[in-house]
Design a protein around this ligand. Structure first.
Ligand code: 4NP
Length: 147
C-alpha cells in the first residue's frame, strides 16, 4: 500500500498524518506527504507539529515539505486530503478518472460520509495541533482496521 497525505502547506497537518500512519502501518507500506502549494518547499514541519508528534513518540525528523505533482497519482494508491479545498485541488490536478478515484477526505475514514475537515491549525496555538493529532489518530486507526 502506498499512501500520500496532502494538506495546503505540508508543514502542519499532512506531516502529522504521515508520522502517525508510519507509526502504525505495516513496514512495507510507503507513506509520504505533500502540499497543494509549494509555499514551504524543503522546510521542516512546523515546530508545533514536531512537538505534538514527539509527545506521542513519533518523529518527523526525516520530513521536508514538497508540492504534490501529477506523478503522485501514478505512484500512490490513495491520496488523503485534509479538507475540501485540498480535495478540490487534487481532483483538478488528477490526470484521469482513475486518478480522481484515488482521492479521499481522510476524516471520512472515522466519520463516513460526513466530509469533515481537519482544521488548518497554522494561525492558532498549540491546542489546535493537539486537536489535529486526535482527529488524525482516530481516522488512521479506523482506516487500518479495514486494510
Ligand atoms: P498545513 O497548514 O496546510 O496544515 O501545512 C498551513 C501551513 C502554512 C500555511 C497555511 C496552512 N500558509 O499559509 O503558509
Amino acid at each position: 500500500m502506498k499512501i500520500l497525505m496532502v494538506c495546503l502547506g505540508n508543514i502542519c497537518r499532512s506531516p502529522l498524518a504521515q508520522g502517525i500512519m508510519e507509526h502504525y502501518a505495516p513496514e512495507d507500506w510507503v507513506i509520504d506527504s505533500a502540499g497543494t502549494s509549494g509555499w514551504h518547499s524543503d522546510e521542516r514541519p512546523d515546530t508545533r507539529s514536531i512537538l505534538t508528534a514527539k509527545e506521542h513518540g513519533i518523529t518527523l525528523d526525516h520530513q521536508r515539505s514538497r508540492q504534490v505533482t501529477v506523478e503522485d497519482f501514478e505512484v500512490f494508491d490513495i491520496l488523503f486530503a485534509m479538507d475540501s479545498a485540498n480535495y478540490s485541488n487534487l481532483i483538478q490536478l488528477a490526470p484521469s478518472d482513475a486518478a480522481k478515484q484515488k482521492v479521499r477526505l481522510i476524516l471520512n475514514e472515522s466519520y463516513p460520509g460526513e466530509n469533515k475537515a481537519v482544521p488548518d491549525p497554522y494561525t492558532g496555538g498549540q491546542e489546535g495541533f493537539t486537536h489535529v493529532y486526535e482527529l488524525l489518530d482516530e481516522a488512521i486507526q479506523s482506516f487500518l482496521k479495514t486494510h
